[in-house]
Design a protein around this ligand. Sequence first.
Ligand SMILES: *Cc1c(COP(=O)(O)O)cnc(C)c1O
Length: 394
Amino acid sequence: MIASHNINTNGFYGEFGGAYIPEILYKTVEDLKNQYLDIIESESFQREYHQLLRDYVGRPSPLYFARRMSERYCCRLYLKREDLNHTGAHKINNAIGQILLAQRMGKKRIIAETGAGQHGVATATVCALMNMPCRVYMGATDVARQHVNVERMKMLGAEVFPVESGNKTLKDATNEAIRDWCCHPADTFYIIGSTVGPHPYPDMVARLQSVISKEIKLQLMEHEGRDYPDYLMACVGGGSNAAGTIYHYLDDERVSIVLGEAGGHGIDSGETAATIHCGTLGIIHGARTLVMQTEDGQITEPYSISAGLDYPGIGPLHAYLARCGRATVMAINDDEALAAAYELTRLEGIIPALESAHALAMLPKMQFRPEDVVVLTVSGRGDKDLGTYLREMK
Ligand SMILES: *Cc1c(COP(=O)(O)O)cnc(C)c1O
């Protein structure tokens, strides 16, 4: 079955997606919907975006042939090194694109939500670069847990706003950011950090991350003499690094797509963030998608050892790709991710982010042929997770 990344005009991938927003945001979101493609595809945007990706972010990120890991898993394994980007992950690709868009739409102020703080840091970074005022909403629990990222955001000049409602985590921070947006719809641009939120955000973020698969095509051609792999592998929280990894291969049936979501303590444990395995159809952050919720529609608090993956929803594109069978989705538990992080560190000298370790932990569950070409995206570096690694692996 061929899946297409093309959404319909209302922003639906099959039954998933759309824009379920308060009336007061209608014009703002409609303006964005009507302008984002023209702006992103314009020559001036493309020039500035690619110049910044090259000179500021450090792209193209290397496609590294992992020799020892390839021997271990009997395949030809390449790692797409998003961990080498400025600020340490793929999120900066999207943040740069959205701030350029905000400028071109005449917006004067940036807001963002953040869970672990990675998207907050990426947003604060591009706001410093572009001299834009920035307020980042963050659950008070996360503010306490992610102290270093809070200090980074403040040093970059952003105002970090601790959210005291609900469980004081990402879901509550997002609600508060939307509330702010409702109060300042004309002058404020909301930079969303993943392929989530109301249309056009999922499509917009996927396009801004699609530079990843554009580079993979060129780099594979150099390494292997063909521009497609047999397998693409990535972790999914909201879905942006995965969307970037697969974007230019969605309609290429020769390429299998394998995605890893956070199983936490196991999909039957009640402590999990495996939304595709455990979620049901609902509405979250302005989109219709799979949601972790109770029978009466209350969103349940997700759990994962990885702060970047414990999101109670999933991008509508990914829900759709799973539903129609284009992507295989595995739930990876905490202990499997930890072991995979240690393995990559010892075999290749690369300490991955805990999120990325969920992609690596799928390797032992695969059955490759020796000639299979596998590209796995290392979405970020593990410096931020060192405390967890030291605590958990004694
Ligand atoms: C935020 C984050 C993720 C999860 O977000 P996606 O939108 O699913 O990519 C994965 N890896 C790292 C390193 C992150 O910071």
